[in-house]
Design a protein around this ligand. Structure first.
Ligand code: ADP
Ligand code: MG
Length: 238
């Protein structure tokens, strides 16, 4: 299980503070969606949680353990990026196996995990293909598959659908929802698409300029936006 707790987390790049004291609790197995305008700090917050950037202030805990000195590979967190960074010289199988090699599993265990992920994502017929022989949607599914094979407790997905066309976007969105039902895990998902947020989230976090404006269920945000910014962003009548 994985419960995340952020206490006054801040981030500076040089002189500029881009996240200002973020307080947030994320429950085990929760599907949390971060929304907010471009540049408000969503990706930076994910990178702090993944350990790809050090935090400048505050505390980040996973299951009550302080993560400050825990390197990314030991955080039990997998991240899926907007631009699916697959290895071009490796086929789909090798791309999905790559992330688990460092876990010290046997060849059979790795094989089992890759096939399980491939089945869930309907990638089994494509295992021998190279990334250049795949469509955008297929590539993004491989990137998701690579995260699944690691069986992390926390999945971080940073605008995973934004490079897909509209039809594929809704298809992969449904797959992500199904994956969460099948394999569980705490999901932290960034998007600037309100429909994705409203359909996927147990809880939505609305960000603006490095701060959290409101946290609530899709319905709470729609019906009782805390301020005009949230109302406008979520598209509710107020
Ligand atoms: P979002 O994902 O919400 O669009 P980001 O987290 O990417 O926003 O960026 C938040 C702010 O931090 C932006 O003003 C951005 O320019 C700045 N920023 C992000 N990464 C860096 C970096 N490595 N160095 C300096 N500034 C950065
Ligand atoms: Mg971003």
């Amino acid at each position: 299980m994985a419960t995340l707790s952020l206490d006054k987390v801040s981030k500076r790049f040089g002189e500029t503070e881009v996240l200002h004291g973020i307080d947030l609790e994320i429950a085990d197995q929760e599907f949390v969606v971060f929304v907010g305008p471009s540049g408000c700090g969503k990706s930076t917050l994910l990178r702090l949680i993944a350990g790809l950037e050090p935090i400048s202030g505050g505390t980040l805990r996973v299951n009550d353990a302080d993560m400050t000195r825990v390197p990314p590979a030991r955080r039990d967190i997998a991240m899926v990026f907007q631009s699916y960074a697959l290895y071009p010289h490796m086929d789909v199988y090798e791309n999905m196996a790559f992330g688990v090699r460092i876990l010290g599993l046997t060849k059979d265990e790795i094989d089992g995990r890759v096939h399980e992920a491939a089945r869930m994502l309907q990638l089994e017929p494509l295992l021998k293909r190279k990334p250049r022989e795949l469509s955008g949607g297929q590539r993004q599914r491989v990137a998701i598959g690579r995260a699944i094979t690691r069986k992390p407790k926390v999945f971080l997905l940073d605008e995973p659908l934004s490079n897909l066309d509209a039809a594929l976007r809704s298809q992969v969105r449904l797959e992500i929802a199904r994956l969460h039902r099948e394999i569980g895990g705490t999901m932290i998902y960034v998007t600037h698409d309100q429909i994705e947020a409203m359909t996927l989230a147990d809880k939505i976090v609305v960000m603006n300029e490095g701060r959290i404006e409101q946290v609530g269920s899709p319905r709470e945000l729609y019906e009782t936006p805390a301020n005009a910014f949230v109302g406008t962003f979520i598209g509710s009548p107020k």
